[in-house]
Design a protein around this ligand. Sequence first.
Ligand SMILES: [Zn+2]
Length: 72
Amino acid sequence: MVENSYPECRERDCDGGNLLPLSDFGSQGAPIHYKAWVCSNASCGFNIKIRNGDVYLNEPIASGASHSPRVR
Ligand SMILES: [Zn+2]
């Protein structure tokens, strides 16, 4: 039985968050497992992700608000 096996977030100001693995889907619909890890503490927001072989730390999380739809 493995429970709570996610690594702890190491951010200094983080209050007990765990890093959760997120998966995505590629352009061909192929699943990309564990593409990103995000802290479960919403007020922390620490995240790490890999894209094209490069690792990105603490990119701003898109809330969707910045994608303002264009008026046609
Ligand atoms: Zn955290």
